[in-house]
Write a protein that binds this ligand. Structure first.
Ligand code: NAI
Length: 473
């Protein structure tokens, strides 16, 4: 056919979909097909209503779909055709068995390797895109080597560094592309072939090649360092609230030292998302496996601090509202784990909703991109909270179609996702329709607290001095 190279990607999720769409957009001579077990997921990619919300993604998909970008459930046929097969399947934290609650489940990766070994009719390069425990490539290679046709597979590690919400710009101009491979002539040639794909738009000096284990480990380390910055500043937010210091001022001051850097130093209710906690737990478990308990404890503290921050927030809500929220309407603005995504995996908002529901509040949630169904799937999976485990719980949580509806008659509103639209709301209008005293809990420090206080709100924010508590600000 008219293509120079055929790529198949197993897994059409938050990573596989956007990553392959950008490869297709940047490499017109490469044919890219993303395959998945889920027919529903593939149908959505082939429709105008994509399965994930990501700014800029619909345009990139529309540009390539049906030309050199395809989505299919015909996994066997697409693997057969491919020169390069990416494995971009989910690797969630194990929920049972050995390492439950910490180890990453690599079952899906192994199943992909077995499928490739079973159906391939020619040599291929197999690329681990999923985030995996260090040394997973060894397992993938051994499974592939068991193929019955004597085929030769090269295994590469090519972890993905995109962030949800900015996936398209991150993919279009990545800080770096990392490719790990075995340091043999065949391994080096395979890495070179993959580097050649990225070189269509990424400058060569930003394409790093390393050994397999450095590449696998670097992804875990990158996420652990990012999450550590969030937990570090969050620990300081608690100290700010106790002393009258202002965490935004501290963060700005500290971040202007370019050895430290400004980014990822915002205090909040805590980090969420499918990766930070999972990848740190994965790192912690690896350290333990190698007998490095002190290293495991060190990184585990990042998670404990995050749990503390989430708990501290819901406790503050209850204590501020006269130690009871029973029967009170509370508006939750934002359920996604951050702005510009509909992803709710491990969202901190869920833990606040759970705590308020347990206090028998009437919770009204508004999020511009989250579907009620997805909210309950995640609440059930992560918090074991569902109609089945807690009869009546679905009735205690209303999903509103606007922020104004959610706030109408509420005793408090809590901003839990930093959506830009929450900065633009008419708070005067909201105040008039709320019960008094009207409380605002800003879990992302995005609102103008002075202006809100002037309207009459009682405002609580993260790491900000409370003017009622400190007269000497
Ligand atoms: P996801 O859950 O959105 O997508 C995974 C997809 O793989 C699902 O659609 C699932 O049906 C499919 N799948 C599972 N087993 C399969 C199999 N045997 N054959 C074919 N398809 C199969 O997961 P997501 O978020 O895309 O993550 C994928 C990997 O990338 C994970 O290892 C994650 O840690 C990593 N990652 C995720 C990032 C993110 O922001 N979500 C960023 C960087 C890495």
């Amino acid at each position: 056919d008219e293509f120079d190279l055929h790529i198949c990607c197993m897994g059409a999720g938050y990573v596989g979909g956007p990553t392959m769409a950008v490869i297709a957009a940047k490499c017109p001579k490469v044919r890219v097909c993303v395959v998945d077990l889920s027919q529903k997921q593939i149908d959505a990619w082939n429709s105008p209503d994509l399965p994930i919300y990501e700014p800029g993604l619909p345009e990139v998909v529309a540009q390539c779909l049906g030309k050199n970008l395809f989505f299919s459930t015909d996994i066997d046929a697409e693997i057969k055709k491919a020169d390069i097969v990416f494995i971009s399947v989910n690797t969630p934290t194990k929920t049972m068995g050995i390492g439950a609650g910490r180890a990453a489940n690599v079952k899906n990766c192994e199943l992909c390797a077995r499928k490739i070994a079973e159906v391939s009719e020619s040599d291929k390069i197999v690329v681990e895109k999923s985030t995996v425990p260090v040394r997973t490539a060894q397992a993938v290679r051994r499974v592939l080597d068991c193929n019955e046709r004597g085929l030769k597979f090269q295994v590469l590690s090519n972890p993905e560094f995109l962030a949800e919400g900015t996936a398209i710009p991150d993919l279009m101009s990545p800080d770096r592309v990392l490719i790990g491979g075995v340091q043999t002539p065949e391994g080096i040639a395979a890495a070179e072939k993959l580097a050649g794909v990225y070189a269509n738009w990424v400058p060569r000096e930003q394409i790093l090649t390393t050994n397999l284990w450095s590449s696998e480990l670097s992804k875990l380390v990158a996420n652990a360092f990012l999450a550590q910055r969030v937990s570090s500043i969050n620990s300081i937010s608690a100290l700010c609230e106790a002393t009258g210091a202002n965490v935004s001022e501290v963060s700005r001051c500290v971040g202007m030292d370019d050895r430290i850097g400004k980014r990822f130093l915002n205090s909040s209710i805590g980090f969420g998302g499918s990766c930070f906690q999972k990848d740190i737990l994965n790192l912690v478990y690896l350290c333990e496996t190698y007998g490095l308990q002190e290293c495991a404890d060190y990184w585990n503290q990042v998670i404990l601090m995050n749990n503390y921050q989430k708990k501290r927030f819901s406790e503050k809500m209850v204590s501020s509202m006269f130690n009871t929220v029973t029967g009170k309407k509370i508006a939750i603005l934002g359920f996604a784990f951050k702005k510009d995504t509909g992803d709710v995996r491990e969202t901190p908002s869920m833990f606040v909703v759970r705590d308020l529901v347990m206090e028998q509040a009437k919770v009204h949630v508004y999020d511009p991109q989250v579907k009620r169904e997805d909210m309950w799937v995640e609440m059930n999976y992560t918090c074991n909270l569902s109609e089945e485990t807690h009869p009546g719980v679905e009735a205690a949580v209303t999903t509103s179609t606007s922020a104004y509806d959610a706030c109408d008659g509420a005793h408090a509103l809590a901003v839990l996702t930093e959506w830009d639209e929450f900065k633009e709301l008419d708070y005067q209008k909201i105040y008039q329709k709320m019960a008094k005293p009207a409380f605002v809990f800003d879990g992302r420090n995005i609102l103008d607290h002075e202006a809100l206080r002037k309207i009459g709100f009682e405002v609580h924010a993260i790491g900000k001095p409370d003017p009622n508590k400190f007269s000497d600000l």
